[in-house]
Write a protein that binds this ligand. Structure first.
Ligand code: SAM
Ligand code: DTB
Ligand code: SF4
Length: 320
């Protein structure tokens, strides 16, 4: 499967709008060529620094200016983070993701603390991913030296729609950080959210921006908006599962080698819809009862779903 970096809106939109069974068939075909079977990577997510964020992302319960009831906490101690990582590993996770409600990383003791978290998580044999906001080149290099496997930094939506959702930073700021991450030799994790009032073309444009970079991101999280009371997007109509399936399928076809992650929004989906997402090429889930601040399906229910459907969880050595 040649890796393409020249997708156009017309062809991506045509893919997106295919009859659903044709689209999922094509996505599953691409998926099997890249991955062989339908194993799913289990990832664990921990908010290491919650709330009080100065940014104004319209979807986010952690922005200080939105009154959502999320209380602002200090950066968690390294030992507590590592205890949580150990539990995640015992429960079957092969990747541990740490999120901080920061606009950007500042050099100093807090960054050193995060570097210790990364070293500790890596020492357990888990992949370590962080999402800490904007980064400089030198900070990316230091994260790489600490062993960071991947950095999550979502473009969230199309460049055109971005300004409707966030005003405190630009799309170019986002792209600049992704470049620093890539140049430091860290895997890029970048995706977006659907259900924020964007058009279908906006969704296609987001995928085009991701895929037409010089290299595809190794990891593409697809989130459905979790509407949170107190945020400007609280009253958005819910995303239908079929729209999630379409987005995942198109991401899979455009970026055949990426891990496509069925991320936020599973609480609003039934088990069959989640399986359809896996048919369409999603090969990763966040498990555990909480994402960063919002709910996620029960661990037991997820395990039962995977078992019932005979979906294998990726073993540590097979993950990347
Ligand atoms: N502060 C850092 C940043 O924005 O890059 C890292 C943490 S931020 C919470 C990570 C990602 O979570 C965001 O880029 C967004 O895609 C996703 N997210 C936040 N709130 C969400 C919501 N209500 N529904 C779906 N995804 C959400
Ligand atoms: C991503 O794309 N989704 C995850 C992870 N990257 C960091 C976060 C989802 C957050 C959902 C809202 C919350 O729980 O606060
Ligand atoms: Fe802050 Fe990240 Fe939430 Fe935006 S998405 S308000 S930067 S925590």
């Amino acid at each position: 499967m040649p890796t393409r970096h020249d997708w156009t809106l017309a062809e991506v939109r045509a893919l997106h709008d295919l009859p659903l069974l044709e689209l999922t068939y094509r996505a599953q075909t691409v998926h099997r060529e890249s991955f062989g079977d339908n194993a799913v990577q289990l990832c664990s997510l921990l908010s290491v620094k919650t709330g009080g964020c100065p940014e104004d992302c319209g979807y986010c319960p952690q922005a200080a200016r939105h009154h959502t009831g999320v209380k602002a906490d200090k950066l968690m101690p390294v030992s507590e983070v590592l205890t949580s990582a150990k539990e995640a590993k015992t429960a079957g996770a092969t990747r541990f993701c740490m999120g901080a409600a920061w606009r950007e990383v500042k050099d100093g003791p807090q960054f050193e603390q995060v570097l210790d978290m990364v070293r500790g998580v890596r020492a357990m044999g888990l992949e370590a991913c962080c999402t800490l906001g904007m980064l400089s080149d030198s900070q990316a290099k230091r994260l790489k030296e600490a062993g960071l496997s991947a950095y999550n930094h979502n473009l969230d939506t199309s460049e055109e729609h971005y300004g409707e959702i966030i005003s405190t930073r630009t799309y170019d700021d986002r792209l600049r950080t992704l470049k620093s991450v890539r140049e430091a030799g860290i895997h890029v994790c970048s995706g977006g959210i659907i259900g924020m009032g964007e058009s279908i073309d906006d969704r296609c444009e987001l995928l085009i921006t991701l895929a037409n970079q010089p290299e595809h991101p190794e990891s593409v999280p697809i989130n459905a908006l979790v509407p949170v009371k107190g945020t400007p997007l609280a009253e958005q109509p819910p995303v239908s599962s079929i729209e999630m399936v379409r987005m995942i399928a198109v991401a899979r076809i455009m970026m055949p080698g990426a891990m496509v992650r069925l991320s936020a929004g599973r609480m609003q989906m039934n088990q069959e819809a989640q399986l359809l997402c896996m048919m369409a090429g999603a090969n990763s889930l966040f498990f555990g009862e909480k994402l960063l601040t919002t709910g996620n399906p029960e661990y037991q229910a997820d395990m039962a779903l995977l078992q019932q459907a005979g979906v294998r969880a990726l073993e540590p050595e097979a993950s990347r």
